[in-house]
Design a protein around this ligand. Structure first.
Ligand code: E4P
Length: 222
């Protein structure tokens, strides 16, 4: 499972990118607005930093408007992916853009049937929203499992991109379910790397090392 970062914050992107584990970025209008920058400018900047797909979402609600925006967004960078919502107009726009070989990430997916429709429209990614389902007392990871199975049974190539991830446990469950990608907020990336036993173990190793180097400086260098 590839790991994407769900943000439009350039500093966060640079920090996680430096770890060597980052395969792409997802943004949405809320995340873009939060940064207070020009949409096109910030997407182009992110596309330059990250060697992988960067999703940028259309904001029109009619198919014609989404297609117009999608065609424009697709010219911003080679690695940009147009994001369309899972509505009737969104499916129409996805079908149109996909036929022109533009990669589309269909977002706001909350059911397996919606995922089937997106795949039939030619979506490159489908984004089931795990956390938002958990928020209403449903099992978001179970939806990811269902879509992965459905796509496998139907030999569908659309990639499953688990979105709206809030916890490290959801990351593990999505990976075990066979999701192709999970997009994580910065905070969850930081939580993934941390373990108190790693910190305690390293502190002890370094303490022992310092003791030896202080007592036998020459031996420690060998
Ligand atoms: C995905 O592409 C979305 O940007 C994102 O994962 C939504 O997450 P949220 O439900 O935490 O807003």
């Amino acid at each position: 499972m590839l790991l994407f970062l769900d943000t439009a914050n350039v500093e966060e992107i640079k920090e996680i990118n430096a770890w060597g584990v980052l395969s792409g970025i997802t943004t949405n209008p809320t995340l873009i607005v939060k940064e207070g920058k020009d949409f096109k400018k910030v997407v182009k900047e992110i596309c330059n930093i990250v060697d992988g797909p960067v999703s940028a979402e259309v904001t029109a609600t009619d198919a014609e408007g989404m297609i117009k925006q999608g065609l424009d967004i697709a010219t911003w960078a080679d690695n940009v992916v147009v994001k369309c919502p899972l509505t009737e107009a969104g499916l129409q726009a996805t079908a149109h853009l996909s036929k022109k070989d533009i990669k589309v990430n269909v977002t706001l997916c909350f059911s397996a049937n919606q995922a089937l429709l997106a795949a039939r429209a030619g979506a490159y990614f489908i984004s089931p929203f795990v956390g938002r389902l958990d928020d209403i007392n449903q099992d978001g990871c179970a939806l990811v499992e269902e879509i992965v199975e459905l796509y496998h049974m139907q030999a569908i190539e659309t990639r499953v991109l688990a979105a709206s991830i809030r916890t490290p446990q959801q990351v593990t469950r999505c990976a075990i379910a066979g999701a192709d990608v999970a997009t994580l907020p910065f905070k969850v990336f930081k939580m993934l790397v941390k373990h108190p036993l790693t910190d305690a173990g390293l502190t002890q190793f370094l303490k022992d090392w310092e003791k030896v180097t202080a007592e036998q400086p020459v031996a420690a260098k060998k």
